[in-house]
Design a binder for this molecule. Sequence first.
Ligand SMILES: [Fe+2]
Length: 295
Amino acid sequence: MSITIRPLHPVFAGEVHGIDCAAQLTPGEIAAIEAGMDKYAVLVFRDQNLSDEQQLAFTKQLGPLEAYGSPGHIRKDVEQRTPKGVADFSNLDKDGDIIAADARVWFFKLGDRLWHSDSSFRPVPAKYSLLSGRVLPSWGGNTEFADMRAAYDALDQGQKDEIEPLVCLHSLMYSRAAIGFTDLTDDERAAFQPVRQRLVRTHPVTGRKSLFLAAHAGAIEGWPIPEAQMFLRDLTEQATQREFVYSHQWRLHDLVMWDNRQTMHRARRFDDRNEVRDVRRTTLAGDVATIEQTA
Ligand SMILES: [Fe+2]
């Protein structure tokens, strides 16, 4: 079976046909998926009824998993519903009950509704994220993606020149502070120390430039904080105009894969008090710190 990709949006995102994600991939299929990711930055695989183990196996065929010792969240690393390597992005606790609206872990999860790139708060940020839709709500819960290559291309030359040398500081503290959640422990603050990231990235294969923005970015080196935060907010607004955004309406057993180097994404509201949304993520490691990339 040969792979075909149908565009889902004028500037990026495609729907893949001709792949069974539960099966062993051929080298040709892996090459086709990677070429598809380089071009579309977001790929949707329909009707992939995967177990956690199958999702892990599929992901590992595309590269090494992201594995950090320090947490990317505040939930303790015990009694997870999912095996190691599969992150639980549901609104359920370990017992399968809906997380309380006033739980710290829920406040923390709400931060994913801001535009972001996964793991931009890590020294080497993530390459691809793969999200599997296991249980979906009857209303809402879309995942929206914004193409940071198209957003970069649309800047005027003066903006491109201004942002080219800029280095931002990213931390989970900034994205959580943006929704008013600042009640962190000393251990969490220590784990969430800001990391440096270039604002402009260059794709290693296509050479296309893109904006490396995220709600995790809360400072620009050498700039006063309010000046930096206003600048980043303004640039994010410009970069997430509707013409750059694909809104993914989930179908049961969709597997959606995105390139964190070239896109931002955000979760959208659903009735999280009464309905279950069980989506699970595997993540491929990035291979280089953005700061080491030549400007
Ligand atoms: Fe995310």
